[in-house]
Design a protein around this ligand. Structure first.
Ligand code: ATP
Length: 570
């Protein structure tokens, strides 16, 4: 397929501000894609070269991309830099240059998506000394084959800034419509995607083998699965009511969730809550996993926590200092960590996804050799609310965040927030106060003391059913002066000229600046009320910024369904 066809779709998608129209455009397009190319097309509509968990990062620095444009257009870099200062968008600069001048190397054959894909992969995989220049040259040669509109999007893909507003769930919706004729079947695509979060594999399996083929997708060592999540309750007493029989109550640690995979060759990969490959950030943890686990091949989950010299837990913010590009070895010494293991999903050739928690725990305990770095999570088994509360108080004394109750009979439900896991945190005990993880979708200019910085942020919850973002509050408190100063810079790369299609917002709340829904923050709020001003029709009262949740993607924010559930329970 020629890239030009995809570019026509990009242009249409860029113009639309309606989520439904976007899905319609995508599904109409998917219907026309040759079966062998559907996988590539799904990646490219997301502006990606691989699944998110594959370590294929294109994201070239703007400077290198501008150099490539100058090179391919036969222009001075200073001229290109001047144009970018005026427009702010490198894609449009390339488009303008290509419109004005006949390209220096005019090719006869059109650019196909296979060729584009292959060349972009080559750019992504060049590393080591001199690789920046090599990347620039490769991009320049690719651009010289492109038309004006193609150049615009090649540049955006190279910068990892396609900004079309299409998410993985949008693609699944469109695939369901295109290949099964019924949007309702998205449910089956999503189920398979939770176990295999790679749109290319889902699209190719659906096209080749239909819904039956998707049912057979299972856990594969080296490929992360979406993590199981916990529900919340209003009263501690509800926990035994929601779960029958005996339950396990584990400590809830305030650290970073990790899914670790070890394949038969001994290769260990660590995946974050967002399913990013974070192996290189925790070399110490990789060593512990090699040393203290018996199975040759496994997938396990746990929480990484920072600890002091006496092995007492340190706050989440301390651990976050370990998430860095440089000085990793220095920080391994500076901030030691522990892994509290709480689930086992695969052991020596056998998937445990459909085994009960009880059985998975049995494998977990059997597999770990005693040591001080990596251990089973602290837990008790009980049926009594009193014992649950006692354990909760004990865990708070140990400086943990709270507890998670788990049904002994429960299977691992990938990507699902169900009643098999229920969390109970210290915030819940402080009356009416609760935390929400919301997506920043807009900002309002500050006034008075805050002029020149943002005065407040518009935040949204995720609507899972509609794959959209609904506004729920405007937050202006909880920010330090330093953070207020930094916010415009931090948000700059997500700025959009118009409202992104998947954001729903009422006229009354329209912000001065729109953002692509990407950045998630934790908000503490005192109450949930009905609201005619927010598209969620609910609003959070007295919201206060707590921290960034960079470990979450926009689609992992608190959902509208969860907020409604909280209202029902009050
Ligand atoms: P929160 O902000 O409350 O941590 P969340 O949305 O990140 O919530 P939930 O599924 O609601 O995630 O709560 C479970 C989270 O708690 C996990 O993602 C994990 O990071 C953390 N956690 C800590 N201890 C445990 C444990 N013993 N079992 C499962 N998850 C745990």
């Amino acid at each position: 397929m020629d890239f030009q066809k995809l570019v026509e779709l990009y242009e249409e998608l860029e113009q639309t501000s309606s989520g439904n129209k976007m899905r319609e455009l995508l599904s109409d397009f998917f219907k026309k894609v040759p079966p062998g190319e559907i996988g590539l097309v799904t990646y490219l509509t997301l502006g990606r070269l691989a699944s998110e968990f594959d370590d294929v990062v294109l994201g070239m620095a703007e400077k290198s991309v501008l150099k490539a444009i100058a090179l391919a257009a036969g222009q001075d870099l200073s001229k290109i830099q001047k144009m970018i200062r005026e427009t702010g968008d490198a894609g449009s600069v390339a488009e303008k240059m290509w419109q004005k001048k006949p390209r220096p190397l005019v090719s006869t054959s059109p650019l196909t998506i296979h060729e584009l894909f292959e060349k972009l992969h080559k750019i992504a995989s060049s590393s080591g000394p001199g690789s920046q220049d090599l990347k620039t040259n490769l991009l320049a040669s690719l651009l010289s084959k492109a038309s004006a509109k193609e150049a615009k999007y090649v540049v955006r893909i190279a910068l990892s800034q396609l900004r079309m507003g299409v998410g993985d769930m949008t693609v699944l919706d469109a695939l369901a419509i295109a290949y099964t004729g019924d949007k309702k079947n998205k449910e089956f695509l999503e189920k398979a995607y939770n176990i295999c979060p790679d749109v290319k594999i889902i699209a190719e399996t659906l096209v080749a083998k239909g819904l039956k083929g998707l049912e057979k997708i299972d856990l594969h060592v080296g490929r992360p699965i979406k993590m199981m999540l916990a529900q919340r309750v209003q009263e501690l007493e509800e926990i035994p009511e929601k779960m029958e029989g005996k339950i396990a109550v584990e400590a809830k640690f305030d650290g970073e969730r990790v899914q670790t995979h070890k394949d038969q060759k001994g290769k260990i990969t660590l995946f974050s809550r967002r399913l990013e490959n974070i192996t290189h950030q925790f070399p110490d943890l990789v060593e512990y996993l090699k040393k203290y686990l018996q199975p040759k091949e496994f997938v396990l989950e746990g929480e990484i926590i920072a600890v002091d010299e006496k092995e007492n837990p340190l706050p989440f913010q301390t651990l976050m200092q370990r998430r860095r590009k440089y000085d990793i070895t220095e920080y391994v010494k500076k901030i030691p960590l522990q892994l509290k293991v709480f689930d086992f999903l695969f052991i020596d050739g056998k998937s445990l996804l459909h085994e009960s928690y009880e059985k998975r725990w049995h494998y977990l305990e059997k597999s770990i050799n005693k040591n001080n770095h990596l251990m089973p999570a602290d837990r008790i088994i009980t049926e009594s609310v009193e014992e649950i509360d006692e354990f909760f108080q004990k865990m708070l004394k140990k400086k943990y965040e709270g507890i998670i109750a788990k049904s002994l009979a429960g299977e691992y439900q990938a990507g699902t927030r169900g009643w098999q896991w229920i969390k109970w945190k210290k915030e819940y005990v402080k009356e009416m106060v609760d935390t929400f993880d919301l997506v920043i979708v807009g900002a309002y200019y500050g006034r008075g003391r805050r002029s020149g910085v943002y005065g407040a942020l518009l935040c949204a919850a995720y609507n899972q059913k509609k794959d959209s973002f609904e506004t729920v509050c405007k937050v202006g408190t909880g920010f330090t002066d330093k953070l207020l100063e930094e916010l415009p810079k931090k948000l700059k790369k997500y700025e959009m000229n118009a409202k992104p299609a998947r954001i729903n917002c009422k006229k009354e709340m329209e912000p001065n600046v729109w953002f692509e829904p990407k950045l998630v923050i934790e908000i503490l709020a005192a109450e949930i009320t009905k609201s005619p001003f927010h598209s969620a029709e609910l609003a959070l009262r007295f919201p206060r910024f707590v921290r960034f949740r960079e470990d979450k993607k926009a689609e992992q924010a608190t959902t509208i369904e969860e907020i409604k559930e909280m209202v029902r329970e009050k």
